[in-house]
Design a protein around this ligand. Structure first.
Ligand SMILES: *Cc1c(COP(=O)(O)O)cnc(C)c1O
Length: 386
């Protein structure tokens, strides 16, 4: 038996998505730049997918990239490098995905000034802090829509208004938001999204932007994607992303019902001694449960869960090879020693109450075993006072 509770790392491709992709893997493999029937068919599919995404999100322009990470790199580096004559200051938060944080760190080494804002203890940014951080030379603000670790949802529309009022470009990383938040009419200047978190294919992303925004391309070559992203277009993945986004954005109401199961899961987990819910209780993704089990190592919990067929995550999948505690959990004010035992369970569209009950049966045993061999057994207050 396998119970997959890692939807924020990757989702299974929807069958309807797979059906639309398949002909373009098996039969219609022409290059969208070629001047023959197969090529034209590919180009037609590319145009249709782009048109569909533009309509779903009501955006001016869609650039296909190889991933969410590349979309974010293009947005941040592409904008900063092209517009440095306007200023060199960029504002973001401490809880962004590494695709944002590491890209901005790179810009910092190359002459840009970055402000990393603190979030409140519940993992939500206070828009007032953004307003206060704006300076004469601020050109760009980047704040994620939903956090990949603790699921908190940021006040994007409010931040967008602040940016607009100050003539600053606003980018949002919406990679985790596609299933539960309506992204239409979000009215941001740039938006990044990927296929793998919305029941679409991996290795495909989009950057949406307003026409007026000028970017410096990061990848040079054949001039595809309006010269902004060279390289042969991945037609099956592009078709898959468009279909997955269509399904996701048209089923938000249904998806949000997961919050009932989420809340039941959280309520039962918190009955275990010395556990803490990370992030906001209500203002979080309908499928996100992030719990700190004090005095145990997250990695040890994951291994024991996996033995029972339960797949979850500690921190984010991208950094789980490192033993450092999550930067997101630390940004919530959790002490270093306590941040190690954080586990993220992210429910899928197909997760059932039976699945959750099975996990709830196994977890207390695992925690008890691990705490039995732990050299310390402290409460959060005690850890804070050490
Ligand atoms: C997954 C994810 C990314 C990176 O997307 P890839 O397609 O894996 O490159 C960026 N930001 C957030 C919030 C994510 O969840």
């Amino acid at each position: 038996m396998t119970i997959y509770l890692d939807a924020s790392a990757s989702t299974k491709i929807d069958n309807e998505v797979l059906i639309e992709m398949r002909p373009f893997i098996e039969e219609e493999y022409g290059n969208a730049g070629s001047m023959h029937t197969s090529g034209l068919k590919a180009a037609h599919a590319l145009n249709l997918s782009r048109k569909k995404i533009k309509e779903i999100l009501n955006v001016d322009e869609v650039i296909f990239t190889s991933s969410g990470t590349e979309s974010i790199n293009l947005a941040l580096k592409g904008y900063a490098l092209k517009n440095k004559s306007k200023g060199n200051h960029i504002i973001t938060t401490k809880i962004e995905h590494h695709a944002v944080l590491d890209t901005l760190e790179y810009l910092e080494k190359n002459g840009f000034e970055i402000t990393y804002l603190d979030v409140e203890e519940n993992g939500i940014i206070n828009p007032k802090k953004i307003k206060e951080a704006i300076k004469e030379n601020t050109i760009l603000i980047s704040v994620m829509h939903a956090n990949n670790e603790i699921g908190t949802i940021q006040p994007i529309k409010e931040i967008s208004k602040i940016a607009k009022g100050n003539n600053i470009i606003f980018h949002t990383d919406a990679c985790q938001a596609g299933n539960s938040e309506s992204l239409k009419d979000l009215d941001v200047d740039m938006l990044s999204l990927n296929g793998s978190k919305i029941y679409g294919p991996k290795g495909i992303g989009i950057l949406c932007k307003k026409n007026s925004i000028r970017l410096e391309p990061l990848i040079h070559g054949g001039g595809q994607e309006n010269k902004l992203r060279s390289g042969t277009e991945n037609i099956p993945n592009i078709i898959g992303l468009a279909k997955a986004l269509d399904i996701a954005q048209n089923n938000i109401g249904e998806y949000k019902k997961l919050s009932t199961l989420r809340d039941y899961f959280i309520q039962e987990l918190l009955k275990i001694e010395n556990t803490i819910l990370n992030g906001d209780k209500n203002n979080r993704l309908p499928n996100n449960v992030n719990i700190t089990f004090l005095n145990v190592e997250g990695e040890a919990i994951l291994l024991m869960l996996d033995e029972k067929g339960i797949q979850a995550s500690s921190g984010s999948a991208c950094t789980s090879n490192s033993l450092d505690p999550s930067h997101v959990i630390l940004a919530l004010g959790m002490p270093y020693e306590a941040a190690h035992g954080s586990i993220r369970f992210t429910l899928t569209k197909d997760t059932t109450k039976e699945d959750i009950n099975y996990v709830l049966k196994e977890i207390p045993e695992i925690i008890k075993k691990l705490r039995g061999i732990s050299p310390v057994n402290l409460t959060l207050e005690e850890i804070k006072n050490v």
